[in-house]
Design a binder for this molecule. Structure first.
Ligand SMILES: [Fe+2]
Length: 266
């Protein structure tokens, strides 16, 4: 009887360990012929149960991995769809063809130059591709040549595009950081930008970077209102606007990136 009690005690301890999530196989030590019945049968049943539980846990882990992968793929597909929308936008305006891609590439290089980590560099790149997506909500009039001064209704529409872009993307929860950058890409470090006239400290660094890349690309491509300027002239304008329209650190990083590109091209 004393012997049976010891065996029972051992069995209960092992069951308690299994219940706590320890699936080590030491319960099998009680399934040998040396263990009296019914302890041996209970230990065998426990052993079988553990095999089944372990198999189910393994399958669950696999399913979690598959779900994670699927979720990532859905995010990427959604992102590609939104990026395709942004590119379709450029088809409405021959002057801005390739603008979003160029801004994304230059902004990402500036972000790298400034030492941002890879995740933030990718955030800058994505926001660069999508920065003008709010123009989807604008009429074709904003793409037409209105001479040196745009009519007030056109100005109003142009000023609305960061906010409209943020509204479009706000439905995609996983893009909330991108949205925060896009809504601020026309803010100025002197607090005179739009749509919110944010002070310097409230403008995300990613938005300040995109503003520089956006300005540089706009100046160096032909537009209805201007002929493309040279890199040097555009960079001079960025430098003279540093501390007012643009963040001086971002302009300096942009200058470094461009200097490297020019040196590589020679
Ligand atoms: Fe814009």
């Amino acid at each position: 009887m004393q012997h049976d009690n010891a065996g029972l005690q051992q069995l209960l301890e092992k069951i308690a360990r299994v219940a706590a999530g320890d699936y080590s196989n030491d319960i099998m030590a009680l399934t040998t012929e040396a263990t009296p019945e019914p302890i041996r049968s209970i230990a065998e049943a426990m052993g079988l149960m553990m095999v089944k539980v372990e198999a189910r846990e393994f399958r669950l882990e696999q399913l979690v991995d598959e779900l994670r992968e699927l979720n990532e793929r859905i995010k990427q597909n959604t992102l590609q769809t939104v990026a395709a929308m942004a590119q379709a936008l450029e088809a409405r305006d021959s002057y801005t063809r390739g603008h979003a891609e160029r801004v994304a590439a230059l902004a990402a290089e500036i972000a790298e130059e400034m030492g941002l980590d890879q995740e933030r560099v990718e955030l800058v790149r994505t926001a660069g591709v999508l920065h003008d997506i709010g123009k989807i909500g604008c009429s074709d009039r904003i793409f037409q040549d209105h001479g040196p001064k745009n009519p007030p209704d056109v100005v109003k529409e142009i000023l609305s595009h960061p906010r409209v872009g943020a509204e479009i993307l706000s439905r995609l929860e996983f893009l909330d950081q991108v949205t925060a950058v896009i809504v601020a890409h026309h803010e100025r470090v002197d607090g005179k930008g739009y749509p919110h006239k944010l002070p310097f400290e409230q403008i995300p660094l990613e938005a300040r970077i995109i503003s520089v890349a956006d300005g540089f690309d706009a100046m160096t491509t032909d537009r209805p209102y201007q002929k493309a300027r040279t890199w040097e002239v555009a960079l001079g304008i960025l430098h003279s606007g540093a501390g007012a329209q643009w963040d001086g650190d971002c302009v300096a990083a942009c200058a470094q990136v461009l200097a490297r590109k020019q040196a590589a091209a020679v």
